[in-house]
Design a protein around this ligand. Structure first.
Ligand SMILES: Nc1ncnc2c1ncn2[C@@H]1O[C@H](COP(=O)(O)OP(=O)(O)O)[C@@H](O)[C@H]1O
Ligand SMILES: [Mg+2]
Length: 265
């Protein structure tokens, strides 16, 4: 989408810690309406901590998170949901003993009114219709991920944060999730997603942000970063001033990324 769109989320010099450990270091990032931002980086780079900090599930130790210009750094998570910010956390966290129907309906009260309703969520995830009365815990991984995303959509988010939604899913289930996400962005919902599959990232993202050891080391339109450049950023091979030549990427770095992805799958 056009970069002239309004800024929805602005992350300004944010730091976040786990105890003494700095997990997010001086991150600044803007997300505009209509963006599909892919956040990539090796395990431990700080992606989850950053998303949780934006969602209000983790406290920023310093810096500012703005939502449409307003400072929400200290706003409780549930209030951010009501403002239109929803997180699908790593590992889904469904109410496994509740039915699919209950998982979806319980989210309705938390959010805003809007296009997404029980019916439109089921339109986007038709695979859930025959499963409405099944316990969420009895579903396949792909179906559970559909419930997790559907539950977040029930709050009518303007910005949906998705943390590794394809983790542990079969290729077919991943395809199903991304097909549904296309419908979500088609309805004008802005996305920030963490995804290990770089091919997928390049197919869906309008912008790619690379994190390394808590820092943002690259932030560019998706069509301006090659897979080799992204891979290099994964491992810090690409320092400012270093040659942007893809052939400079060590072969073992590319192999390692592949390995990481396999591990994650
Ligand atoms: N609950 C936690 N307690 C302590 N350290 C954590 C916790 N979660 C993450 N970390 C550490 O914070 C850093 C960033 O982790 P995380 O945000 O999960 O990265 P990513 O999602 O990119 O894999 C890592 O060094 C990780 O070990
Ligand atoms: Mg993570």
């Amino acid at each position: 989408m056009s970069s002239s769109n309004a800024t929805l989320l602005s992350i300004e010099s944010v730091n976040a810690h786990h105890g003494q450990l700095p997990a997010v270091r001086n991150v600044s990032l803007q997300v505009r309406q209509g963006d599909v931002v892919a956040l990539v980086g090796a395990n431990g780079a700080g992606k989850t901590t950053l998303l949780r900090t934006v969602a209000g599930a983790h406290r920023a130790s310093s810096g500012t998170v703005r939502w449409e210009g307003a400072d929400i750094t200290r706003m409780p998570a549930h209030q951010r949901v009501a403002e239109g910010l929803a997180l699908v956390p790593e590992g889904r966290r469904l109410f496994t003993a509740m039915t699919v129907r209950e998982n979806l309906l319980v989210a309705r009260a938390a959010g805003r009114r809007g296009l997404w309703s029980f019916d439109t969520v089921l339109d986007a995830f038709p695979q859930l219709v025959p499963k409405l009365d099944a316990r969420a815990g009895d579903l396949s991984g792909g179906q559970q991920q559909a419930v997790a995303i559907g539950r977040a959509l029930m709050t009518n988010p303007r910005l949906l944060l998705l943390d590794e939604v394809s983790l542990g899913l079969s290729p077919l289930a991943v395809q199903g999730v991304y097909d549904a996400l296309r419908g979500v962005t088609g309805q004008g919902t802005t996305l920030v997603l963490v995804e290990q599959d770089l091919q997928r990232v390049q197919a869906v993202a309008s912008r790619i942000v690379c994190m390394l050891e808590g820092r943002v080391v690259a932030d560019a339109p998706a069509d301006q970063l090659t897979r080799e450049q992204i891979t290099a950023h994964y491992f810090g091979a690409q320092r400012p001033g270093a040659a942007a030549d893809a052939s400079a990427v060590p072969a073992e770095a590319a192999a390692h990324t592949h390995h990481l992805h396999k591990e994650a799958a």
